[in-house]
Design a protein around this ligand. Sequence first.
Ligand SMILES: *[C@@H]1O[C@H](CO)[C@@H](O)[C@H](O)[C@H]1NC(C)=O
Ligand SMILES: *[C@@H]1O[C@H](CO)[C@@H](O)[C@H](O)[C@H]1NC(C)=O
Ligand SMILES: *[C@@H]1O[C@H](CO)[C@@H](O)[C@H](O)[C@H]1NC(C)=O
Ligand SMILES: *[C@@H]1O[C@H](CO)[C@@H](O)[C@H](O)[C@H]1NC(C)=O
Ligand SMILES: *[C@@H]1O[C@H](CO)[C@@H](O)[C@H](O)[C@H]1NC(C)=O
Ligand SMILES: *[C@@H]1O[C@H](CO)[C@@H](O)[C@H](O)[C@H]1NC(C)=O
Length: 497
Amino acid sequence: MPSSNTLLLAGLFMPMVLGLPAPQMTYEENTGDVGGVNPPIPTFTGSVGDLRGSTDLQGGLASRPPISGGDSAVVSDPELVPGQEADGDLGLYLDFNDAKYPNGPQPIRGDRGGTDPGPRTYEYEKLNPDLYAPPATDQGDMPNAMWPLGLSHNRLGTGKESGWARQQNTAVLPIASEMAGVDMRLAPHAYRELHWHTAAEWALVLKGSARVAAIDTDGASFIDDVTAGDVWFFPEGVPHSIQALEEGVEFLLVFNDGNFSEDETFLATEMMLRTPISVWAKDLQVDQEALANIPDDEKYIFNGTPAPANITEQNITSSAGALWGATGYTYHWSQQEFHNTTGGSVKILDPATFPVASGFSAALVVLEPGAMREVHWHTQSDEWSYFLQGSARITVYSAPSSSRTYDFTAGSVGYIEKSAGHYVENTGTDDVIFLEVLQAPKFSDISASQWLALMPRQVVKDTLNLSDEVLDSLPKEKTLIKPGNPNMTAIASEGKA
Ligand SMILES: *[C@@H]1O[C@H](CO)[C@@H](O)[C@H](O)[C@H]1NC(C)=O
Ligand SMILES: *[C@@H]1O[C@H](CO)[C@@H](O)[C@H](O)[C@H]1NC(C)=O
Ligand SMILES: *[C@@H]1O[C@H](CO)[C@@H](O)[C@H](O)[C@H]1NC(C)=O
Ligand SMILES: *[C@@H]1O[C@H](CO)[C@@H](O)[C@H](O)[C@H]1NC(C)=O
Ligand SMILES: *[C@@H]1O[C@H](CO)[C@@H](O)[C@H](O)[C@H]1NC(C)=O
Ligand SMILES: *[C@@H]1O[C@H](CO)[C@@H](O)[C@H](O)[C@H]1NC(C)=O
């Protein structure tokens, strides 16, 4: 840890340390037994009663405390960042990155809030300025809509540096009932053990390449190689194989069940272990000795034999033939061009071109600095989103009068319920790249600005009291992305919009 941080931490904890009784623990010497070392045995020298204070300290009995000096709640010279004092309804993005503890950041927005004397974890506050100093337009109680995968427990593979997986499901993000996500890493040549599950699996390759294989209920088989930007899909119950190719792979899995858990899949090893060997001998029509070497535990993520470069060598078919084209389990999305527009780019993948993934519709969106995925909502499904790059914020508006704003960075999952209004605004200096996934047969949304443009003008005017000039400027076509000034506080100098 850099020394400046150490000093900050020391500064933070010093008053508390001074207020605590001296530690009463001593440690026996480590005598170093044969075959190992003795763990130090803590010895408590007082009695448990010594840990409690006198009943004379009860209110009304104890002397009144000094109310000034000591561990004061005074925060002198609070440091505010550009835009923080602007009208709270403007809700400008506050860049807390340069604000230094203890003078900043501070949970102040416009004329509301107040200074924070601590304790605090200011790295979280810097990452989440819209939770710490919310726009004045945020209102009411809202279920949490964000989960950074960096806070997920990481399950490590069984082989030496074979990989890992971490997940987001309803256990950590209760609102996310329709979809769950997993971020998985496989080292070069490593496998995710042969398995299947009750949920359908839609995957986006984030880095590297993998070979995937599966069969369907007719015994038709599938094998293909996918690379960063490509997608695969395995329907409910379809058993599949995933092996990293020579540079390894990292991929994102999205399941159509918010309660999905990566730790509760059906596994090839466990299937063998949990059924009598005599049954397997009969089922596979072999002697039981032939089954003597099956592993005695699940393999999960483990290192493997390099896949042959020639995929044909691993292509095995029955009379049912191969799954390909419209019945194939992959879509080479990396090869699809983006639709480029002012402020960013979009491409869509839904059953129109990837019919096997019948319930999954997705968009990959690139937002330039200052640009925004326009205010919209989805009519048929909740939205599961994932940030691949950059930093952005989302305000979720929920009926009738609640809203909350969340800040996202690469590796974070967002979840927005069906019909809830939202936007995604690039708040950083790099392009934002994010994925929107819906449980819908077609990627679709209602654009707020297009809606207002296509309603009878008089109705909108009487409802929202917008000028003719504004109404004239509304886009009749869906725009998806709106460009904007990358200086997120520039509007502050214009006063209230
Ligand atoms: C998910 O789990 C919750 C809580 O246990 C339960 O109420 C809900 O029915 C489950 N949903 C599904 C689709 O199984
Ligand atoms: C696998 O073999 C089948 C049948 O021979 C063929 O149709 C399919 O294209 C092959 N797949 C690959 C990836 O070579
Ligand atoms: C790939 O493997 C198949 C099946 O073993 C073989 O017929 C074919 O010639 C191989 N192709 C190349 C380019 O080696
Ligand atoms: C379109 O946008 C994509 C994604 O940002 C970018 O990689 C590509 O270069 C753009 N194409 C053109 C012609 O500008
Ligand atoms: C619309 O706004 C204008 C300007 O503030 C105001 O004068 C007018 O009363 C408003 N109309 C309604 C119907 O609220
Ligand atoms: C952003 O705009 C504000 C208000 O006009 C201005 O004070 C500030 O210097 C600008 N920041 C940058 C980085 O240009």
